[in-house]
Design a protein around this ligand. Structure first.
Ligand code: NAD
Length: 320
């Protein structure tokens, strides 16, 4: 039986990974400091350890007590705005602690990592859809902290034979039976719209209506968390023969903010209170992934390609 260490397994996306690994019969150890995660997100059959991924002593203990096949690192701080105000917190958590994790793995002979990176490493892309080869020029400390860790992983692969898969998620969304999006200080569009629909916030602000897009609002690529995790499961197998991998994960089609709002209104049957505001600095007009590489190499095939399917899954979790 394979055993994996899922760091950040009490979070939104990591929790689904734990759920799916256990469903397929693998054993899972979860390490999470619960800073932004929720203990109840962790599948009851997983071993849960509360702690920091940069805690070398704790990592040595975990690796000596459990024979870990793959480390899946979902543990990150994810708020772009906060990262601008508190870069130290982001570089420490997302980069420095990550390097410390790589050293713990190396000391203990654990040589496979799957890392959750982000479309934010691309900054303002010159062209869409964005391929893996596109220039990486992040424009905020969040994106930089993720990109620096990507670079560290690649250097460790060259020097110490680390095997890796880097996934760059676009906009993660949707829900499963166990897990729904409930970030602390939520900043993601779909849960914010739901809050507005449920009267938990006065309205949803749409930043910018004068972009060069069909309806003037920003276009993003929304990808369901179950689809993200199916790519991780495929990668565990793929890494038996291919050791240095990077994939962008999105549906390859974008939806504008207005289109997402319209889809929520259609599915919930409720009017969304909207206010229109100026553009936010640093918001690119279009972020759309090319996921051709993941499809070709991993045989990845998203089950939720349409925004309506994603919103239906997220809304039914709200109603549970
Ligand atoms: N949600 C998205 O749309 C999105 C998009 C692109 C990339 N990502 C990446 O995916 C990963 C998971 O995102 P999420 O939406 O599930 O966020 P989340 O906040 O729900 O989950 C992150 C989890 O990691 C834990 N954690 C953070 N730092 C830690 C540390 N140093 N040690 C131990 N535990 C730690 C948190 O407590 C939390 O449980 C992140 O790394 C994020 O950068 C997310």
């Amino acid at each position: 039986m394979m055993k994996h260490l899922v760091i950040g397994g009490a979070g939104y996306i990591g929790g689904v990974c734990v759920e799916k690994l256990i469903e397929r019969g693998d054993a899972v150890v979860v390490l999470d400091h619960l800073g932004t995660g929720h203990r109840e997100n962790v599948h009851p059959n997983a071993i849960f350890i509360q702690g920091e991924k940069g805690d070398s002593k704790l990592l040595d203990k975990i690796f000596s007590e459990h024979k870990i096949d793959t480390v899946l690192d979902f543990a990150g701080l994810i708020q772009v705005g906060e990262s601008v105000k508190k870069p130290s917190k982001y570089f420490q958590n997302n980069f420095c602690q990550g390097v410390s994790l790589l050293d713990s793995m190396r000391r203990n002979g654990v040589d496979k990592i799957i890392f959750s990176s982000t479309a934010a490493v691309f900054g303002n892309p010159k062209t869409v859809p964005i391929t893996e080869e596109a220039d990486k020029s992040p424009i905020n400390p969040y994106g930089e902290s993720k990109y620096f860790f990507e670079l560290a992983i690649k250097r460790y692969a060259e020097a110490y034979d680390l095997k890796y898969t880097i996934f760059r998620y676009f906009n993660a969304c949707g829900a499963t039976i166990m897990s729904k999006e409930q970030h602390i200080n939520e900043s993601h569009l779909i849960p914010l719209i739901f809050q507005a629909v449920k009267g938990e916030r006065a309205n949803i602000a749409v930043f910018g209506t004068d972009y060069e897009t069909t309806d003037g609002t920003c276009i993003r690529d929304y990808v369901h968390i179950e689809d993200l995790i199916s790519a991780h499961l495929a990668a565990i197998k793929y890494m038996e023969k291919s050791f240095r991998n990077e994939f962008n994960l999105g549906n390859g089609s974008g939806y504008s903010v207005k289109e997402v709002i319209n889809a929520v209104e259609k599915i919930t049957g409720k009017k969304v209170p909207v206010v229109f505001a100026d553009r936010r600095e640093g918001d690119p007009a279009r972020l759309i992934a090319s996921s051709e590489k993941a499809k070709k190499e991993l045989g990845w095939s998203p089950k939720y390609p349409k925004i309506e399917q994603i919103i239906e899954s997220a809304w039914s979790a709200e109603l549970r």
